[in-house]
Design a protein around this ligand. Structure first.
Ligand code: F6R
Length: 369
């Protein structure tokens, strides 16, 4: 059932083109109209939403953080992302115009379930993004948007993460569509770009040996840092989480802009630093800023491993290794840039002899608070 892969995790990393494709399947017509009929929430109710709160834990919360950038950009609805266990205990502001979007692979995470229950009691509408049919969180929500990643067996989440981002993007586009079709042309274009993501993930997987051999070479690293900006920031945190979980080494993800406010003090000779670089075609000057971050850590002796868009030659001068991902619009980049980080963590952990499917101290479903 591992399809010839040495672990479920490796299989599930390779399932990702299908996970994204299946999550997109049947959810838009050929004119680019989203048809999320399964949501069964009165569109009028969704139109009156004036605030979105995404509730999730762990990797699922990073999917929420990625989605926040897209939802606010497309819908202009203020969107917060909060860890379920923090939300519940801080007297949050929630009312009937608040849309709660929970994200959970298992649908059984107790922290998230309790947070959703609490929000519902306050009158909020609740939509669950979930990978497990008939699980508790969707049953206790007003509506559900299933991710179709297929069962995820490995404890560390991979394909569910990409499917969660995809589903959250569909929800964001649907809300944008409901709120006046202003973004119509754009919605169609984004759906078409989303449709191209599975083939691009496959292209990354064809070159997996590059990043896996790097993972094996770095098996004795004591600490690895990850930097990113904009949607690359939650990707950096997800890359760090995978490494902590699987390889039991210290890893941390930072917003690259935060570097000079403290974390740069950590950089010494030989410190591995991954940098997730935004597209050079993106807005503002983010690309140039991140390239200068690479330069700054490199000048202090860091080993720089750069994830950049194909054709980005600005990064090569300061990178010890560059791993290129195919071109895609900036908001969709996490669906690609995450993949090499997953492969790196799995290869490094396997090189240390660890069981990547069953990391110590962790359970697949966390059904206690
Ligand atoms: C990380 C991981 C965990 C889960 C978290 C939430 O690889 O698997 O951080 O993402 O426990 O689980 P779900 O999505 O089932 O609510």
């Amino acid at each position: 059932e591992k399809d010839g892969y040495p672990s479920f995790m490796e299989k599930e990393i390779h399932d990702q083109p299908d996970a994204v494709a299946n999550t997109l399947l049947g959810r838009a017509d050929s004119h680019g109209n989203l048809t999320l009929d399964e949501l069964r929430v009165d569109p009028e109710v969704l139109k009156s939403v004036n605030k979105i709160i995404v509730l999730a834990c762990g990797t699922s919360a990073y999917a929420g953080q990625v989605a926040k950038y897209a939802i606010e950009h497309w819908c202009r609805i203020p969107t917060e992302v909060e860890l379920s266990h923090e939300f519940r205990y801080r007297d949050p502001i929630v009312d009937e115009n608040t849309l709660i979007v929970s994200i959970s692979q298992s649908g059984e995470t107790m922290d998230t379930l309790m947070a959703v229950r609490y929000a519902r009691e306050q009158g909020a509408k609740t939509v669950a993004i979930c990978n497990t049919n008939g699980s508790t969180i969707p049953r206790e929500s007003d509506a559900v948007l299933y991710t179709h990643a297929g069962p995820e067996i490995a404890v560390a989440s991979t394909k569910a993460f990409l499917a969660q981002i995809t589903a959250a993007y569909l929800l964001g586009l649907y809300l944008a569509q409901l709120r006046g079709n202003k973004f119509k042309g754009e919605i169609k274009d984004i759906l078409s770009d989303l449709g191209k993501i599975p083939a691009k993930i496959s292209q990354i997987l064809e070159r997996e040996e590059d990043i896996k051999s790097l993972g094996r070479d770095m098996a004795d690293a004591k600490s690895v840092l990850f930097l990113g900006r904009h949607v690359g920031f939650p990707v950096a945190m997800e890359g760090a989480l995978k490494l902590k979980e699987l390889a039991y080494i210290h890893a941390e993800g930072f917003a690259a802009g935060e570097l000079k406010h403290g974390p740069i003090a950590l950089i010494e000779e030989g410190q591995p630093v991954f940098v997730v670089v935004p597209s050079p075609r993106g807005r503002d000057s983010l690309h140039a800023k991140v390239v200068s971050n690479i330069q700054e850590v490199r000048a202090r002796g860091a080993r720089t491993i750069v994830i950049a868009e194909e054709g980005d030659t600005d990064v090569t001068a300061y990178a010890e290794h560059v791993f290129y991902v195919p071109e895609t619009p900036p908001l969709l980049a996490p669906l690609l840039t995450t993949v090499p980080l997953q492969l790196f963590a799995a290869a490094l952990a396997a090189a240390k002899g660890y069981d990547v499917d069953q990391p110590r101290n962790l359970a697949k479903s966390v059904t206690v608070e």
